[in-house]
Design a protein around this ligand. Sequence first.
Ligand code: ZN
Ligand code: ZN
Length: 409
Amino acid sequence: MTFAEKQKQYADILVTLGVNVQSGQELVIRCDTAAAPFARIVTAAAYTAGAREVIVHFRDDKISRMRYEYAPTDVFTSVPEWESEGMNYYAARGAAFLSIVSEDPEAFKGVDPQKLAARNVAADEAFRPYYERMDKNELQWCVAAAASPEWARKVFPDRSEESAVAALWEAIFRAVRIGGNVQEKWTEHGESLKKRCAFLNEKQFKKLRYQNGLGTDFTVGLVENHIWTGGAEQTKTGVTFFANMPTEEVFTMPHCEQAEGVLKSSLPLSYQGSVIRNFTLRFHDGKVVEYHAEEGEETLKMILEADDGSRRLGEIALVPYNSPISQSGILFLQTLFDENAACHFALGQCYPNTMRDGEKLNREDLRAIGGNYAINHVDFMVGTADLSITGINASGDETLIFENGGWAF
Ligand code: ZN
Ligand code: ZN
């Protein structure tokens, strides 16, 4: 396949499998200006698939950086109504949402963390109607990626810009299984994730214990009636979609008051334009009580101190160490990819649909039975080649789930 054919096939699966845009439905695309050429290909694919209208919201990370550098802090403490309306309006109309990430992982390195934190608080409030519809699976949404020179240079620092961009595109294509009958490959992949979920759902473990040579020694509780989820999701009206492309994880809801011990990061974490490396989190009663990072500790601090829920866990995700993305050996410095290379957790907000009837509960009721609520949802990777995970049921029986970094069943 030529590069253009691969891009076209990629755009097609984002539209038909990712957001699965329906005839007559609106599609909102959000992306950086660096991804504009690819956004045009996706737009064409969406109209071909019957979209009523494709609305593209561009941002530009260099201009965003200037704003963080020069504009006063109070600029970030509120979101103008026209901006939140742009999302909430289309969410209320039942549009589908595609987010294309392509940013420089260090676009905001060194920016005042208070401005970033203020923006997070304001955005959480302003975009709540949109987020709530996402949480309740009332609409299809998908996060995917496109290569950009700024991002490619960080992933392949030894190559020329042109060669780095080409290599990053190829890595993206491999991660999303481009080539041949791609629809069939995704169907098979989705089914294999569903089988893992079925096994784990049947077991209904009370807790999971993690151990590896890096120093992770950690136990986490699961909420009652938790649901392991993976592969395609479904909206309330029965439309299937893949919320992330690529996706290799199966995930569920931890009990936000039950986590004990030490977690060691196994991959750098790129968060809002800064990179956090080699960090340790110590938990007690579900809460991070001690933390340290060799690099980016300020950013880690900003995440943890956003609110009480940001110090607790909202997602447990299992990804075998031999997943295709991990086998590529490429460190993407982009959570969408790196989280699909290793077992991870998320600090912060839980996914209500990973508990039976969770999406019917309001935040307070969900929180009362262990579902975390927070401004943040930040995935961080802990999986290694020697990770073992043991499931423990209500009567204390143990089942090995992961050994040597991969599935043990
Ligand atoms: Zn995840
Ligand atoms: Zn997550």
